[in-house]
Write a protein that binds this ligand. Structure first.
Ligand SMILES: *[C@@H]1O[C@H](CO)[C@@H](O)[C@H](O)[C@H]1NC(C)=O
Ligand SMILES: *[C@@H]1O[C@H](CO)[C@@H](O)[C@H](O)[C@H]1NC(C)=O
Ligand SMILES: *[C@@H]1O[C@H](CO)[C@@H](O)[C@H](O)[C@H]1NC(C)=O
Ligand SMILES: *[C@@H]1O[C@H](CO)[C@@H](O)[C@H](O)[C@H]1NC(C)=O
Ligand SMILES: *[C@@H]1O[C@H](CO)[C@@H](O)[C@H](O)[C@H]1NC(C)=O
Length: 371
């Protein structure tokens, strides 16, 4: 009874089952089947042929396909057999062609299945290949190394989240405006400085003129304040918080400059390590912080402590008037105006500080690292 039913079923479906197939030295563990009467007629797939040869019947073409990793379908036109790496794209009408797709009897789901499909090293550019028997249409998967995409990791499309990342993968980069990846679908435009500090790359995170400073005065870096992040301008620009997180993750230092577009000078400038002060978490009232270098109106100090302030309603800045009075090493009181704010906040400004000389003067905040 069973035998009869089986035979009937076989006749109805015109089924041929290939239980194991040898690919190189391994047995392909997924049972594949060929159904004679399931095909698409007068349709062909173009530009996806991985191999073609003459055969005497469609079942011979099926057997060829079953032995080739990456063959997911085949098409037969008279005696011509073409093995295909896809069956659902680039379809064209072609009289007399029958298009078959590979099928398997019992989709297996073994975690450590071996089918030899990684032997020919199909994954490119340093990717890791993993064999799989759960889907005949995907007999291996590639885990791509950084910056590579595509089924076989053949597409080079780097996710560059900071200027430092750009400098690391491209030789001879020139300072200027670049697009950075924030996530898969989001980019920001900013200025990359590859030249002012030998061996270092700096990513601009904010730049604003004194005339536009009211938009920034009460915004610490841990507030999301995207301004013109896809339309770069030195007068009114800040990257979003998420971009800041990405850039800081790739940085070791921050710095602040005045009027950078007209040339970097060190008379009004500050630089510190992120280990000493994390821009995104730092909250401080009137305490002293470690700087690698700080200078306002030409009064500088190196590897010393100076005031640094950032609060929920105050942009990060230093107070040259209060620094010495609060007991910090750096004391630029000479030439200071009472309550003078430097590098941000700008409730009280001193035209002798280059960032606040006039309404067109600009302030830049940067994150950077050695590359
Ligand atoms: C696709 O194949 C056709 C011929 O079948 C050829 O003319 C065409 O250039 C191919 N296109 C690509 C992108 O390879
Ligand atoms: C195979 O197993 C994975 C997890 O182990 C599961 O996510 C997936 O749905 C399974 N596939 C099939 C066809 O059973
Ligand atoms: C970009 O900014 C400039 C001024 O800086 C403005 O004229 C222009 O309309 C802006 N473009 C977009 C797309 O916002
Ligand atoms: C920070 O960078 C490291 C590699 O440098 C990466 O593994 C990690 O995921 C990054 N973290 C974030 C939050 O982007
Ligand atoms: C730092 O200050 C000293 C003493 O006033 C001065 O000679 C030196 O040029 C300053 N350095 C910079 C980089 O401005």
């Amino acid at each position: 009874m069973t035998a009869i039913r089986r035979m009937v079923w076989l006749t109805i479906c015109n089924l041929l089952v290939l239980t194991t197939t040898s690919i190189s030295s391994m047995d392909y563990e997924t049972p594949l089947m060929f159904i004679y009467n399931i095909f698409t007629e007068d349709i062909a797939v173009r530009n996806h042929t991985i191999h073609s040869e003459e055969v005497s019947s469609p079942v011979e073409c099926f057997r060829r396909c079953a032995k080739v990793c990456g063959c997911v379908a085949f098409q037969v036109t008279g005696a011509s057999c073409e093995l295909l790496d896809c069956a659902d794209r680039d379809l064209v009408i072609r009289q007399g062609t029958r298009l078959y797709t590979m099928q398997q009897t019992n989709p297996e789901n073994k975690t450590n299945c071996l089918n030899g499909c990684c032997d020919s090293q199909p994954c490119l550019n340093g990717a890791t290949c993993q064999e799989s028997c759960s889907d005949v249409k995907q007999q291996y998967t590639c885990a791509c190394s950084e910056h590579y995409h595509g089924n076989r990791c053949e597409v080079f499309q780097p996710m560059l989240k900071s200027c430092q990342a750009i400098a690391r993968i491209r030789q001879g980069v020139v300072s200027g405006i670049y697009n950075l990846n924030v996530g898969v679908d989001k980019t920001v435009q900013t200025y990359c400085d590859f030249s002012s500090d030998d061996g270092k790359a700096w990513t601009l995170i904010e730049s604003f003129s004194l005339g536009e400073s009211s938009s920034y005065a009460d915004k610490p870096f841990y507030h999301d304040l995207p301004r013109n992040e896809n339309n770069f301008t030195w007068d009114d620009f800040r990257v979003s918080y998420q971009a800041l997180v990405n850039i800081q993750n790739d940085s070791t230092h921050w710095r602040v400059t005045c009027n950078f577009p007209s040339g970097l000078t060190y008379s009004d400038y500050a630089r510190a390590s992120l280990t000493a002060t994390d821009l995104l978490t730092f909250v401080n009232k009137d305490k002293c912080q470690r700087y690698e270098y700080v200078s306002v109106r030409g009064i500088n100090c190196t590897d010393c402590e100076a005031m640094l302030v950032q609060r929920d309603n105050q942009h990060m800045h230093t107070d040259s008037y209060w620094s010495g009075k609060n007991g910090c090493q750096w004391d630029p009181i000479s030439g200071a105006v009472q309550n003078e704010d430097n590098f941000g906040y700008y409730e009280t400004t001193n035209p002798q500080h280059r960032c606040t000389a006039n309404s067109l003067s600009t302030t830049q905040w940067w994150l950077g690292a050695e590359v």
